[in-house]
Design a protein. Sequence first.
Length: 71
Amino acid sequence: MRNIVNISLPKQLVKVIKKEVKVEGYASVSEFIRYLIREWNANKLAEELKKDRLNFEAGKGKVLKSLKDLR
């Protein structure tokens, strides 16, 4: 199920987005925006993993004794 979200953008930004949609071959502005959100989310997850890895390497990891410890 899809939800509709309306956003207001400056005219110049709309121009840039429409150009990218055309140049990169996206089917629509919505597809382009969905792509950007997915990329943002993937980058956010990657940063969290990097932070967790650094904490683990610094000895700040949690030792799990059972699956209940995941909570």
